[in-house]
Design a protein around this ligand. Structure first.
Ligand code: CP
Ligand code: NVA
Length: 329
């Protein structure tokens, strides 16, 4: 087994394919155990801080439940609860929290914040999403792909939509490491940073993955095993609604796009939350202002036999548990 004790989990770029495979194997084992009603007590007596500058359903609950399953206590600290970066520096906060807690989860805006926490806290720090990366989500996505196809190598994963958000970035890194061919289909304005693409292409030389970026969805999706999308407006970008709708409407995942893959067993992935109908406040507002009933994915696809979105959501918990167990014990 790989020794990940004491390590941070800040971005997938910090890990080797063997380490990620180890985390995926551990996630699979912990999932089986939970299903069989066997709970480990591997984190007994430890305390975990959950720092959130942005809202969350899946990540927060996954950390809380995973910690409880393994016997740890959690403390939730929301954006109005602590001074992070406002009155107290991130580095000072990190050094204080590290004196109380055995592990720290951070979700926020600047990726730099989680890097500072990670270097100053003296205990494992886990990135629960920043503007740049969402690595625990990608672990759950890789786990879901592996459950579906029995392997990762040589699969083709297409990401349609905002090609430079945290999900598009992290999926590119995860795919490059694990040998998954990865294609982004997105308007050129939203293509990922050249530097990150270059870095991923170098990593991909080791795994045999191909990384491609295009703006022709009908062609880009051919031969896909899985199509992934995410919201067009990430947390913190709310003012860009009009611009994103104009840019991204041609990249909506609909039945036609699934058909263009020419793969009847294509699966559909989404990290959630998703705008696939008008049953939310924002969904309603988008309908009133722009006449759109669906955004990044149609309701038809979201509710279809192709979707694996709730398996992904469940796998967040198992993979987060694996990350905590691997880094804390
Ligand atoms: N996918 C995901 O991270 O969901 P939350 O924002 O609800 O945590
Ligand atoms: N790109 C989205 C992911 C949400 C899990 C966001 O950052 O809001």
């Amino acid at each position: 087994p790989k020794n990940l004790t004491g390590r941070n989990f800040l971005k997938l770029l910090d890990f080797t394919p063997a380490e990620i495979e180890y985390l995926l194997d551990l996630s699979r084992d912990l999932k089986r155990k939970k299903r069989a009603g066997i709970m480990g007590r591997q984190l007994e007596g430890t305390n975990i801080a959950l720092l959130f500058e942005k809202p969350s359903t899946r990540t927060r609950c996954s950390f809380a439940v995973a910690a409880s399953d393994e016997g740890a206590s959690t403390e939730f600290l929301g954006k109005n609860d602590i001074q992070l970066g406002k009155k107290e520096t991130v580095a000072d906060t990190a050094r204080v929290l590290g004196r109380y807690f055995d592990g720290i989860q951070f979700r926020g805006f600047e990726h730099e914040s989680v890097e500072i926490l990670g270097s100053e806290a003296g205990v494992p720090v886990w990135n629960g999403l920043t503007d740049k990366f969402h690595p625990t989500q990608v672990l759950a996505d890789l786990m879901t792909l592996r459950e579906n196809f029995g392997r990762l190598r040589d699969l083709k994963l297409v990401f349609a939509g905002d090609g430079r958000n945290n999900m598009a970035n992290s999926l590119m890194v995860g795919s490059a490491l694990m040998g998954v061919d990865y294609a982004i289909t997105s308007p050129e304005e939203l293509w990922p940073d050249d530097e990150l693409v270059e870095e991923c292409r170098e990593i991909a030389e080791g795994s045999g993955a191909e990384i491609s970026i295009g703006d022709e969805p009908a062609e880009d999706v051919t031969g896909a095993d899985a199509i992934y999308t995410d919201v067009w407006i990430s947390m913190g970008e709310e003012a860009r609604m009009r611009e994103r709708i104009e840019l991204l409407s041609p990249y909506q995942v609909d039945r036609e796009m699934l058909e263009q893959t020419e793969n009847d067993d294509i699966i559909f992935l989404h990290c959630l939350p998703a705008y696939h109908n008008t049953d939310t406040e924002i969904g309603q507002k988008v309908y009133e202002e722009y006449g759109l009933e669906e955004m990044e994915v149609t309701d038809e696809v979201f509710e279809s036999r192709h979707a694996r979105v709730f398996d992904q959501a469940e796998n967040r918990m198992h993979t987060i548990k694996a990350v905590m167990v691997a880094t804390m014990t």
